[in-house]
Design a binder for this molecule. Sequence first.
Ligand SMILES: *Cc1c(COP(=O)(O)O)cnc(C)c1O
Length: 402
Amino acid sequence: MTYFAPAGTVLHLNDVARGFCRGLYAESSATELRAVLRRVSGLPHCWEISSARAGMTVVLGAMRSLVSDVRRDEVLIPAYTCYSVPAAIVRAGLKPRLCDVDPNTLGMDVTALRNADFSRVLAVLSSNLYGIPNELSEIESIARERGVSMLDDAAQALGATVHGRAAGSFGDAGLFSFDKGKIICTIQGGAIVARNSALSSRLGTAVDELQASSLCETLVNCIKLPIYAVLLRPTLYGAVQRLPFLGLGKTAFDTTYPISHLSKPQIGVAVQLAQRLDFLNGQRRVNAERLTAALQNLRHVVLPAIGAGVRPAFARFPIRIVDAQARRDVIRHLNAIGIGATASYPSCLADVPEVRALLPQSDLSMPGARSVAAQIVTLPTHGYCPHDLGERVRRGILECLG
Ligand SMILES: *Cc1c(COP(=O)(O)O)cnc(C)c1O
């Protein structure tokens, strides 16, 4: 049976082979990758790194080292985002604090952010969930007013823009991820971008001091790359999606990841894909348009709000189904007909035990984030999706909800 994976990047074996060859010329491929990411982000500084969470730990450490007030050890994050975000904060020796999420935009609730207690906040983070860059200007101006740093977490949003300005370029520094479900894929990997500032010189030093990717990490990632390239194909993915060694679709709070440079062969593959970024995101946008058209006015289905001037990258297409039983049924049925619908991150961060233990009482009530966690359904957008994706999803939803 054909099965369209929940998320991913169309990667050909050819790209993997060429990427590995490019990686032999490490200096020039790193230069090329940085050039593409500078062009996409519009920022002058770029460093590739072993993962976005590694980059986050490095950036937060650099931010901390530039602030004289040692009590500023809190990082304010959306209450519904990837679990790696609070993990990276803990790894940096800092404390997560939560800001509620607006279920319509899936980004920070700007009113809640305005009312947050900033007295010990070091930095505020965006999420650009599913590649939709909502509220970035508001977060940036609130951070500026409050005199705290902003890190624009565009892990899922490489190539998304707001009025022409790139997701990842708001605030003081930005992050992109090259993990398996993101916009481009090197199995693990990511990049930091930054504008000219005291922070960027500090980051330059911090990244220079990192170690090379271990031989073992590099080998594992390089072996997984051609496997990923082959298995993402709809004719194969259905059979293999449960293979545990691929770690597909799992989200865990883990602070033990390596923090190192990205390996040379992975840099080569990143260049191969980054050069095709506009094409890859173009396919995702077309699929998002197809889903929007097909699911409009469908009972039970709430489409995401996309702000004026926002051009998402759509790592996935998020809808909400308010009724809990209907949502479970839809996810089960869409998967049964070969469409990788998922319930995304299972909980609001206030309900993840490792995070909850670190939160003040005032951060435990996150009604917006809890309803997102209970209602979200993500749909695939990648280039392997069929041209009648919208119709298939619509029919699937109608078949099970009537
Ligand atoms: C995936 C993701 C991260 C972490 O990226 P890695 O490269 O897997 O470390 C951080 N933030 C968000 C919003 C993500 O989706």
